[in-house]
Design a protein around this ligand. Structure first.
Ligand SMILES: [Zn+2]
Length: 439
């Protein structure tokens, strides 16, 4: 009598729910036993998965399964989501000299623009053939660490041309069903100040990029910043794509590109489709101006991605959260001219943020966990990214019974389920090592 047992399946919020065709079946693709849920830590649950979806969640489920996983009382949650990664640049640190990294962090980020100019040198060597190997290594690591969705930036400019975009699109297709990559064509070296970038960005969208990316604060004048923002939105509207922009990413309290982006999102009806990254100058905004920006962010339904581990300044995460703005955390960089470490482990990112943001109470650690799972998914417009009946089965079975231990140890999950399938860890370890798919 599986159907009656499944009908008592409960949503994670406690309400009863029974959906889909599973009532007629007596077999799951995957059955997770003895899972601890964040919201119901007092007891253990079974989770049934069929055809990529969570179809049942109850204290005890009867039935057959092709694969049964014993969670052994460890935490089972939504998988991790990384809304910000410069994926075309991963592991390029060895190709750089020390100068760029020193410049990005020096003098309260007063020389950040100079760092971007220095880092651009590596792009003269850009070639899809070597970039894609680095990309595979980083994405395979993401799979190992249960990071199943990435918004990945590929530089588009006169030096990088379309080499990064091509490499990321190739990896997106290779990792389909394991790690979902949203390829963001990103005008890293500017729009107005970089001749020909408008044509290259258009070509990137025609090649199949998923998101239009800008960096308006890097322009020389306020008029150029406005033009940059407008023309990025023009392209996004033309291709009906979401927008991501790196805004106010230097130690200058006078930067106003976050404001310009939010105003444009409202004007274009792009509410909920524009995502702001970095916004480090927010730390220096005068308070009345900060309040105005918060109001604009809410009107634009714009989320903010913060990466406090990659620079000495960061967005006002706690204040934004208190105001009801969606905030999430991104990996940002992996061993490039801006940041030497990183391995696509979002628990590690949250662990670092806990220190830099001073978020160490139990409640704050739960918020940090949201910022690398459900908040990040919402910011990236990944639908149904919650552990509940009827949602997509993108889950991690951790090696920790609670959020505190998960953050403290930030170990790789014991098992990762992506799109309803168990991720093949030995295979991912091999790709992460050699940057090639083994035969
Ligand atoms: Zn970044």
């Amino acid at each position: 009598m599986l159907s009656s047992q499944l009908c008592i399946a409960q949503r994670w919020d406690g309400s009863s729910e029974c959906k889909g065709s599973h009532q007629m079946t007596n077999s799951f693709d995957i059955l997770i036993r003895r899972a601890r849920l964040r919201s119901r830590a007092d007891s253990l649950f079974d989770i049934g998965i069929v055809s990529g979806q969570v179809v049942a969640l109850a204290e005890s489920l009867a039935g057959e399964a092709k694969l049964t996983i014993d969670a052994q009382g460890n935490l089972v949650t939504e998988s991790f989501v990384n809304p910000h990664l410069h994926l075309c640049k991963v592991y390029t640190l060895q190709m750089m000299d020390e100068e760029a990294l020193t410049s990005y962090n020096a003098e309260g980020m007063g020389k950040a623009m100079n760092a971007i100019e220095l880092a651009a040198r590596v792009k003269e060597k850009y070639d899809e053939a070597w970039i894609v190997k680095n990309v595979r290594k980083a994405v395979a690591q993401a799979a190992i660490y249960g990071n199943t969705h990435i918004r990945a930036f590929a530089d588009v400019d006169s030096k990088a041309r379309l080499e990064g975009v091509k490499a990321l699109i190739r990896a997106r297709e290779e990792f389909k069903g394991i790690v979902e990559i949203q390829v963001c064509a990103f005008a890293q070296d500017g729009w107005v100040r970089e001749p020909g970038v408008d044509q290259l960005m258009r070509q990137a969208m025609e090649l199949g990029a998923d998101v239009v990316g800008g960096i308006p604060w890097i322009e020389y004048t306020d008029a150029d910043i406005q033009q940059h923002v407008r023309e990025i939105f023009d392209l996004a509207q033309e291709f009906n794509k979401d927008v991501s922009m790196l805004v106010d990413d230097a130690g200058d309290p006078g930067l106003r590109s976050l404001e310009a982006m939010a105003v444009e999102a409202v004007r274009r009806g792009w509410q909920g489709r524009a995502l702001a990254h970095h916004a480090r100058a927010m730390a220096l905004y005068p308070q009345p101006y900060f309040q105005k920006v918060v109001a604009l962010l809410k009107r634009a339904k714009m989320a903010v991605v913060s990466d406090p581990h990659t620079g000495p300044l960061h967005a006002r995460v706690k204040e934004l959260l208190a105001e009801g703005v969606t905030v999430c955390l991104g990996q940002d960089d992996i061993s490039d001219a801006y940041y030497p470490f990183g391995r696509n482990n979002m628990l590690e990112v949250a662990f670092l943020a806990a220190h830099l943001l001073w978020m160490t109470t139990n409640r704050e650690m739960e918020i940090l966990y949201d910022m690398v799972t459900v908040n990040a998914a919402q910011a990236m417009n990944v639908k149904d990214h919650q552990l509940k009946v009827g949602a997509n089965a993108n889950l991690v079975i951790l090696d920790a019974p609670n959020v505190l231990e998960a953050l403290r140890e930030h170990r790789a999950p014991r098992f990762v389920i992506s799109h309803g399938n168990l991720v093949d860890r030995p295979r991912m370890e091999s790709v992460a090592q050699i940057g090639e798919w083994s035969k």
